[in-house]
Design a protein around this ligand. Structure first.
Ligand SMILES: Nc1ncnc2c1ncn2[C@@H]1O[C@H](COP(=O)(O)OP(=O)(O)OP(=O)(O)O)[C@@H](O)[C@H]1O
Ligand SMILES: [Mg+2]
Length: 394
């Protein structure tokens, strides 16, 4: 078996779910078969809590032994009683559930899981820092300042914390963080695209990362030629995040505007999402739609809205009213400064450190620089997923 093993339990018809999971790179097993009842636990599980009560109880107990198996618990109306003892490694999803959404959830769970799993076994034998903050910088609309904010927040985090910060360019296609920060783009994730996943080792990823010497920020490019974009799939990006999480303290991800597989995978993997919006009606409308989707798929607690170019156009208070959520931070328009810094290949925060925009970008970094909230006494984060987005992969 090559992919992570997922136990599908309690399903009346597991085959259609299994088919989608298999296409997503997971192996599937069901209870009542040799593989499903093997003494070795699966890597992940999906338990349909509406299945036969005795089976649900037995499987739940088996999955929550000494080393709990991260489990997605599906239910129709009320969360079933059994999950009152569930762990923070579990997730909750209300039915009906699109199998594609389950693929993203499983990918994200794999990233969060600290136990060994088949894909990336080489990586998990490394000492695990494991708890890196993963900060996805996203906007459903293009051109609002994601890359500018991702690069500068990454540099600001590095300056503020002196910890290991990686900037991951997941905007495969046209986006290039190298157009804003001068590092070599001769290497990138695409160099691993033709290798088997077994070869996506920590060493392999290490060789592809480059360091921005003036700041010590590490940068992982996806590649540089638009014709290569389709070769960098969600599985490779997920593997990169898994490596990045183990080898750094903070990972900032620049994402593609839109709801494609790769972007959704990056958002589900993020512990925080900086949602960038500009004070324009169109951008606000797209952002409001995304916030609705995020609520449905359980991402909303991770989101912090960042208003870029906030000193022009719709006032912040009105933005908050139309979005229905607070603006966590604002970034002024720097006039020509952002373009000038980019043309020189320098981040704003190092090129114009005393300008207002650099202060604002540092304030955004401070929003995410604090320690991660991982208290075990914390209520498990409830995540509900509903079928709202389309797979957009070619
Ligand atoms: N606060 C700002 N003040 C002035 N210029 C800005 C500001 N934010 C971004 N820009 C400029 O706006 C342009 C678009 O910014 P950027 O490339 O960061 O957006 P993006 O959301 O990453 O775009 P894409 O969707 O194409 O990846 C760039 O020329 C950038 O320098
Ligand atoms: Mg960009």
């Amino acid at each position: 078996m090559s992919g992570p093993i997922v136990l599908l339990a309690g399903f009346a018809e597991p085959d259609s779910v299994a088919a989608v999971l298999n296409r997503g790179g997971f192996e599937t097993v069901v209870p009542g078969t040799a593989a499903g009842d093997a003494s070795e636990l699966p890597d992940l599980a999906i338990l349909d809590c509406d299945g036969p009560a005795d089976l649900v109880g037995r499987v739940f107990a088996r999955l929550h032994g000494e080393i709990p198996v991260p489990t997605i618990l599906l239910f129709s109306d009320e969360p079933p009683e059994i999950i009152t003892t569930s762990l923070s490694s579990d997730e909750f999803a209300m039915k009906p559930q699109p199998p594609e959404g389950l693929v993203f959830r499983l990918q994200a769970m794999l990233i969060r899981a600290t136990r060994e799993h088949p894909v990336g076994r080489e990586m998990t034998t490394e000492p695990m820092a494991g708890e890196a903050r993963i900060i996805g910088v996203f906007a459903p609309k293009g051109g609002v300042g994601k890359t500018t904010i991702a690069v500068n927040v990454a540099v600001a985090l590095r300056q503020q914390t002196r910890s290991r910060v990686l900037l991951l360019d997941a905007d495969a296609g046209v986006g290039n963080v190298t157009s804003v920060i001068a590092v070599s783009d001769s290497r990138g994730l695409v160099d691993l695209a033709d290798s088997a996943p077994e070869l996506w080792t920590a060493e392999a990823f290490e060789q592809l990362a480059v360091t921005h010497k003036p700041t010590g920020l590490r940068v992982m490019n996806w590649g540089s030629h638009p014709s290569d974009a389709e070769r960098v799939g969600p599985d490779l990006l997920i593997a990169a995040v898994r490596w990045a999480r183990a080898a750094h303290d903070m990972v900032v991800i620049d994402t593609h505007p839109g709801y494609d597989d790769r972007t959704m995978a990056m958002l589900t993997a993020s512990t925080e999402i900086l949602l960038v919006v500009t004070p324009e009606v169109g951008a606000l409308r797209n952002t409001a739609q995304f916030l609705e989707l995020a609520e449905e798929i359980g991402l909303s607690t991770a989101i912090k809205v960042i208003a870029n170019r906030a000193n022009h156009g719709v006032a912040v208070g009105e933005m908050e009213t139309s979005l229905g959520v607070p603006v966590a931070a604002t970034v002024v328009s720097s006039g020509p400064r952002a373009v000038q810094a980019a043309n020189e290949g320098q981040p704003l925060v190092t090129r114009f450190p005393s300008e207002r925009i650099s202060n604002d970008l540092h304030a955004v970094a401070r929003l995410v620089a604090g320690p991660a909230v991982t208290s075990s006494s914390e209520e498990p984060r409830r995540r509900f997923a509903l079928p709202s987005f389309q797979r957009a992969s070619a």
